[in-house]
Design a protein around this ligand. Sequence first.
Ligand code: GLY
Length: 310
Amino acid sequence: LIACTDSEKKTVIVAEDPSDKKYPVVIATWDVKESTAAAWQSLKEGKSALQAVIDGCAVEEANADGQSVGVGGLPDRDGRVTLDACVMNEHGDYGAVLCMENIMHPIAVAKMVMEDTPHVILAGVGAEQFAVSQGFKRENLLTEASKSGWEAWKKTAEYKPIINIENHDTIGMLAMDKNGVISGGCTTSGLAFKMAGRVGDSAIIGAGLFVDNEVGACTATGLGEEVLKTVGSYLVVELMRQGKSPQEACKEAVMRIVNKSKNYKDFQVAYIAMNKKGETGAYSIHDGFVATVYRDGKNTTEVPESYNSL
Ligand code: GLY
C-alpha cells in the first residue's frame, strides 16, 4: 500500500498498488461453499460487499439441516430457537439483532436496524416486532431434528460446549468488492441449549465481528463467552493495523484465549480475517475448523493452522 497526504497535508490517503491486489474476495467460517458462492455471485452482479455478505449468509440461515444458524438452529434449554446476527459496512456502521425468535433471516433484519432505525441493536420481542413491521414473516424455526436433539439433551441437561459442533457453527463472512470495499456479517443460533436470554459474541461489535475499511476485518466462531472477554475481532483488526498479517493476528487473538483460559481444551474458538490488500488468514484453538475462500473464481475450503490437535 502507498501512503500519501492530501493537498492540505492533513489526511493520510492509502492508495493501492495494483500489483498488491488480492480482491475481490469472500471468506467465511466453516465449509459453506454455497454461501460463499452466493456472495461471490452478488459481487459479480455489482452488488455491494454488504449485500454480498447478507446474500451469502442467507443461504445458511435458510438451510434447515444446519443446526447452528437460522431455521433448524438448536434451541435454548427451554426449547426456543433464538438468533443473533450483525453486520458492519465500510463506513463503520453497525446493526444487530439479539435473541430474536421466529424470523429466518436475522442478518437481513440487522441491516435494516443499521439503515432504518436510529439505533444499532434491537433485542428479543422488539427485534421480532421490528422485523415483522419491515415485512418479514414469522415462522417456526424449531425443526423436528433440532427438537429431538433438545429432548435428548434434556435427559442429562449438562452444560457442555461442543467443539466443532457438526463442523458447522456460527457463520461469519467477510467480503471485499472489486474496489477494495470491505463489509462483514455474522449470524448464529448461538450455543446449543444455552440459558434463556443468553447472547454470545456473534452480534456484538468488536467481539464476533469488526470491520475497519482502512485496515481490514475479522469475524469469529466458537464459544462466544471467550471471544467476548477478549473482544476478539476488534483485537485482530488492531493487530493488523500494527502490521501483522491476517493469519498472525488471528493466531495472537487465539493465544490470548489459550493463555487466559485454563479449560481451553474444552471449547473451540476460531477467527478469520482479511486485510486491506485482500489477503486472508485464519487460526483456531483446535483442529477441525475450516474456512471457505472464494477468490479468482475459485471456491476453496482451507484448513488453517490450529493451536492444539484434538
Ligand atoms: N459464537 C456463537 C456463540 O457463542 O453464540
